[in-house]
Design a protein around this ligand. Structure first.
Ligand code: PMT
Length: 397
């Protein structure tokens, strides 16, 4: 798995002759697994065409804050939410000045103000401009705001000057974007995550299941791995590929999932129960396919073991984080689960909606523990996964 697998990178291309290198930057980001969308400023469009960037990124290029169609759905907010990181390459002196003064004068500067993700800038300009007090002061302002500077290189410039201010090599830019997702916050920690849907057979061909795809659990796993943790995944039925850096164990029924978790729980520092586990299993699994009789069919179901609750009751219990999948009385039900299961925190999500919860690429959750709650607004499961892991790290480690 590459350093930018599943990452959404928003590339801002501003007005510098080095904009002709932007397609190569897109390519290098894609080589590391990123999905790339591009914002082209008016200045950038003087040096590179929208069509080239669209062809390479395989996405529509965004160039207008006042695009009536895009702004119907608040296009600049949508772009800001989509991005896991924003890279401006090349960043012109003018774009750097706009960012430093907090302007929202075009689409790129507005998206930057509306985003909460890491931002990187790779400046490119004439060496005299790069060395000027104005540019230096603006770069220093941006670095105080935790914007990562990818230093310009020294060498011969398009204007014939020799000095600092050339755009860094595309491969180096992509590598530095990859590095911002690596951390050591959870290094040495062991984390077990359950995910996906259990399938409770009623006969050899039929089973009771639910809509879980495994996306939320997989996003949590990616975030833990990025932060340096050793991850074990116990999964039911899933519709996505799992991070190969994790140890994956398939457990399709509630009973098998319980057994796999218990077999692997010792020495784990954190347990995250994200799986949608069936609360009931069929008392008798018919040996042969149940025949249609035209009469009502009554299935007898028995309660399955509550995996999360059992782990919370272990003598040497890890930090236990549960999920609450609710359709009504959301907060009240989630708080009851937090108490009854005895976990350290519970993450509430509403599973009655089509555009979040089950199956969707997005979710919105409330992280609830004994001390209070934090609402995490709707976002991609990847981004939410990172946020949730950050909160768990800050609160419990
Ligand atoms: O997989 P996706 O399509 O991305 O969807 C994500 C999700 C909606 C499945 C996920 O975000 C989620 O809410 N997971 C928990 C689903 C669930 O079973 O919730 P629950 O409220 O019924 O259970 C509460 C907690 O107890 C959960 O942590 C669950 O894993 C755990 N549990 C439940 C029953 C059981 N027998 N054993 C358990 O460990």
């Amino acid at each position: 798995m590459s350093s930018l697998t599943n990452k959404h990178i928003l590339l801002g291309v501003s007005g510098s002759i080095a904009a002709y290198k932007a397609p190569d930057v897109v390519r290098r980001l894609q080589d590391l697994g990123a999905k790339v969308r591009v914002i082209l400023t008016q200045g950038g469009a003087q040096f590179i065409t929208e069509l080239s960037l669209q062809a390479i990124s395989k996405n529509k290029v965004h160039d207008n804050l006042w695009d009536k169609e895009a702004e119907l759905s608040m296009g600049h907010i949508e772009l800001a939410k989509w991005a896991d990181a924003i890279l401006i390459a090349p960043a012109s002196a003018n774009t750097i000045a706009n960012l430093a003064s907090g302007k929202a004068c075009d689409l790129l500067s507005s998206v930057i103000l509306a985003s909460d993700c890491p931002i990187l800038i790779a400046p490119a300009m004439n060496q005299q401009m790069y060395a000027s007090d104005g540019v230096k002061a603006n770069l220093s302002t941006l670095s105080k705001r935790n914007i990562t500077l990818i230093q310009g290189e020294e060498g011969e410039q398009a204007c014939g000057d020799i000095g600092e201010g050339r755009l860094a090599e595309s491969g180096e830019i992509a590598k530095q974007v990859g590095l911002i997702f690596q951390s050591t916050k959870l290094s040495g920690k062991k984390i077990l995550i359950t995910l996906g849907a259990t399938m409770e057979p009623i006969d050899p061909v039929r089973y009771i299941t639910n809509h879980s795809s495994g996306k939320m659990g997989s996003a949590l796993a990616d975030a833990c791995i990025e932060a340096g943790a050793q991850v074990t995944l116990v999964h039911g039925n899933i519709s996505i590929a799992l991070n190969q850096k994790a140890t994956s164990i398939s457990a399709t029924t509630a009973e098998k999932m319980y057994q796999s978790v218990i077999d692997n729980i010792s020495k784990q520092d954190i347990f995250i129960a994200c799986a949608a586990v069936s609360d009931y299993s069929s008392k008798n699994i018919e040996k042969n396919k149940i025949k249609k009789s035209g009469k009502n069919l009554i299935l007898e179901l028995t309660p399955s073991k509550d995996i999360l609750k059992e782990v919370c009751q272990l003598d040497k219990k890890p930090i236990c984080i549960g999920f609450a999948a609710e359709t009504q009385n959301l907060v009240e039900n989630a708080k009851n689960k937090l108490k009854n299961k005895g976990c350290d925190a519970i993450i509430l999500n509403d599973v009655s909606k089509d555009d979040s919860g089950f199956k969707s690429d997005e979710n919105e959750v409330i992280f609830i523990d004994q001390k209070g709650s934090v609402k995490l607004p709707k976002n991609s499961k990847q981004k939410l996964g990172r946020k949730i892991i950050e909160i768990i790290g800050d609160k419990f480690l």
